[in-house]
Design a protein around this ligand. Sequence first.
Ligand SMILES: *[C@@H]1O[C@H](CO)[C@@H](O)[C@H](O)[C@H]1NC(C)=O
Ligand SMILES: *[C@@H]1O[C@H](CO)[C@@H](O)[C@H](O)[C@H]1NC(C)=O
Ligand SMILES: *[C@@H]1O[C@H](CO)[C@@H](O)[C@H](O)[C@H]1NC(C)=O
Ligand SMILES: *[C@@H]1O[C@H](CO)[C@@H](O)[C@H](O)[C@H]1NC(C)=O
Ligand SMILES: CC(=O)N[C@H]1CO[C@H](CO)[C@@H](O)[C@@H]1O
Length: 764
Amino acid sequence: MTSFSDELNERCSFVFFAAIACNHLADPAHASQLCFHPFGSDRFNSSCLFSCELGFRLVGESQLFCQASGHWSQPLPLCQVEQCPDLSHTKFSGGTMICRHPVGPHSYNSTCEFRCYEGFDLIGENLTRCDHSGQWTASVPACTIKKCPAIFPPVSGNMACVGAVEPFSFGSQCNFTCQDGFYLTGDDTLACLASGRWSKPTPTCTVVQCSSIKAPLHAHMQCKDPVKEHSYGSTCIVQCEHGFDLIGANMTECSSHANWSHALPNCKAKRCNPIKSPPHGSLSCSDPNSSFSFGSRCTEKCDEGFLLNGTSSFECTSLGVWSADMPSCLAKRCPTLNSTAHGSLICSDPHGNFSFGSRCRSACEEGFILAGTAETECTSSGTWSSDVPRCLAKRCSGLKSPPHGSLICSKPHGEFSFRSRCTTTCEEGFILNGTAVTECTSLGTWSTDIPHCLAKRCPTLKSPPHGSSICSKPHGEFSFGSRCTTTCKEGFLLTGTADTECTSAGKWNEDIPQCTAKRCPTLKSPPHGSLICSKPHGEFSFGSQCTTTCEEGFILNGTADTECTSAGTWSTDIPHCWALQCPLLAETSQHGTMNCSHPNSPFSYGSTCDFACSEGFWLRGTPTMTCHTSGLWSQNPPTCQPVQCETISALPSSLSMNCSHPLGDFSFGSQCVFTCDEGFSMNGTSMLVCSSTGFWSNSPPSCTGMSLGTAMLMYTGVGASSAVLVLILIGLVLLVMWQFRKRGPPIMAEDQAWEETENPAFEF
Ligand SMILES: *[C@@H]1O[C@H](CO)[C@@H](O)[C@H](O)[C@H]1NC(C)=O
Ligand SMILES: *[C@@H]1O[C@H](CO)[C@@H](O)[C@H](O)[C@H]1NC(C)=O
Ligand SMILES: *[C@@H]1O[C@H](CO)[C@@H](O)[C@H](O)[C@H]1NC(C)=O
Ligand SMILES: *[C@@H]1O[C@H](CO)[C@@H](O)[C@H](O)[C@H]1NC(C)=O
Ligand SMILES: CC(=O)N[C@H]1CO[C@H](CO)[C@@H](O)[C@@H]1O
């Protein structure tokens, strides 16, 4: 049905046929509704029944219908809370009421809590609640005040209580006071507390107590005490002993303020004049009472170094006067001091010249130093603490002569001491570098450093060309004492002195030497040669090379080149220019002589040889030969031929001949011995000799006895004389030719002629 209705409604809403709708009903507070909806929720004929929670009352209709007009039949009902009587005006004194209203003022479920103030007690329930019927569960309670025990005023005191509803109840305050001369012991105010007790115990009144007093020194005291000893009202009287004066009041009373009315008096011993220790002394007093008063005993003691003059001990009498006068202290004296040499003395004399306490200070002049203690003091024993010191000249450091120098010092106040002057001098060859003179100053230092002695410098040396110098340097390079030795390279000779030394004058004692090339012996061109030399270091000197060349016709014998060696000699000898050699010629021929001239060497280029034949010989060939540049003779040497005598033939029969021919047939030297046959006598010489002139020594002999023979011999004689004439003619021609040859070159034609033709002399 419902589903159908809903379906219908939905359809109607679309087709404007829906049931009338009322507005939706809200749930009223504290209410519950029960609704019935025949045509859908909150539509026509829907009905709702309302009911309230516990503690609430419904106001209005409990049931509502949704009418056809679209309105609910009744306005929406309300749930009103149940009210209790208002307690806020109810009387509740002596405490506080705290109410809570969870729902509404003084309504259902409202609670009120009651609390009493301190000092009050709650009578009744402390909580009441408003129930659902509008009734408080309990009536309002009451608060009653607490009471303390009764109290009473103390002895010699009073009590006054105020501020309470009832006497001695919570809040009561009681004040306590004491009479004059008494004081409250405890609190002067008591309060009744909320607990019903008094805040403190009840106080009491105690008599005022003055401080306890005793009789002052050197006094007697008597007291009267009406209440208690030395309490309020007590009086005391004081009296001093003999020799003492009372200072202050002699009576005192204890007042109500716990004070004595007067301070206790003093009993002061009678005073003597106050005394002071004399200078340099000390006073020690025993003061049984007070200083410089009756009974004081004083002893004066002088300070160390001082002597007492008077009585040392005295006392203050009961009459207030000293038993003796004050002594005095005099300083002890020390011996008089004098200042030392080079010094001065300044003394402070607090107690007189050279007396105890005098301090003397010695000072030295400038440059002097105190040996000892500067200050001396006159001690308490009357002696000086130390002797007056001496003034010693300040010492400078010890000086030493510098190397190669000597030091001479003056010592006016001791060696190397103040004012010492040291003068440095240098050895010969050394020069001073610095200040020569230094002085020991007053500060004990030298005015300048000791100077150095530097070796004198010579000019710097340079090795010569082709040489090297080595120098020793005993005192520095090229300085005094340096020795330089120069050596030359191989092939060079030292010119000058090899060693030189730097003298003390700063000069070299010798010039640096030179290295000159070694000289070889001067060379000369060999005869018939020429020499060309190079001279790298001078003519004919080390390194020179010479080359020899020979003239024409001469040949070099040896090495052409020679060199001047480092030893100064030539590597080889100069070669010779030998003339070209022609073949040697025998010095002597058997029958001739040779006269040669050798301008160069025997039988060499330039040699000429003249030939001559011995007597009895004639020269065959050219008499002079010359050696040519080719090494050959101009021609073959000539020969000496023996002179030919006439051949002896056709002897007569009676004559026989025995000839010897040592050189040739019928030549110079031939001998012929003739003998005649028996029966015949010889007319003439038996022996004929061929002379050097080509003639027989005699005519051959004849043998007489036979006429024919004689006739023949005659004929032979005529022929011989004509031949002699021809020979003389030829000899003349030869002489002319000899002369001519001496003046001119040989004429081959003539030579030829000579060679071809036999000596005419021998031509018979
Ligand atoms: C009243 O108090 C009771 C108990 O304390 C509680 O259950 C109830 O809900 C209260 N009602 C309202 C309306 O506060
Ligand atoms: C050789 O000849 C020279 C001149 O030509 C002459 O002076 C000399 O005496 C001659 N000597 C001899 C031994 O004939
Ligand atoms: C010739 O003479 C020599 C000595 O002179 C002699 O020995 C020789 O027998 C002689 N001859 C004749 C043939 O007589
Ligand atoms: C010897 O010869 C010479 C002449 O030749 C002559 O005169 C002389 O008479 C001769 N004597 C003899 C004895 O014949
Ligand atoms: C249409 C319908 O159901 N109407 C009813 C509404 O409620 C009243 C009273 O309860 C009825 O009498 C109607 O019949």
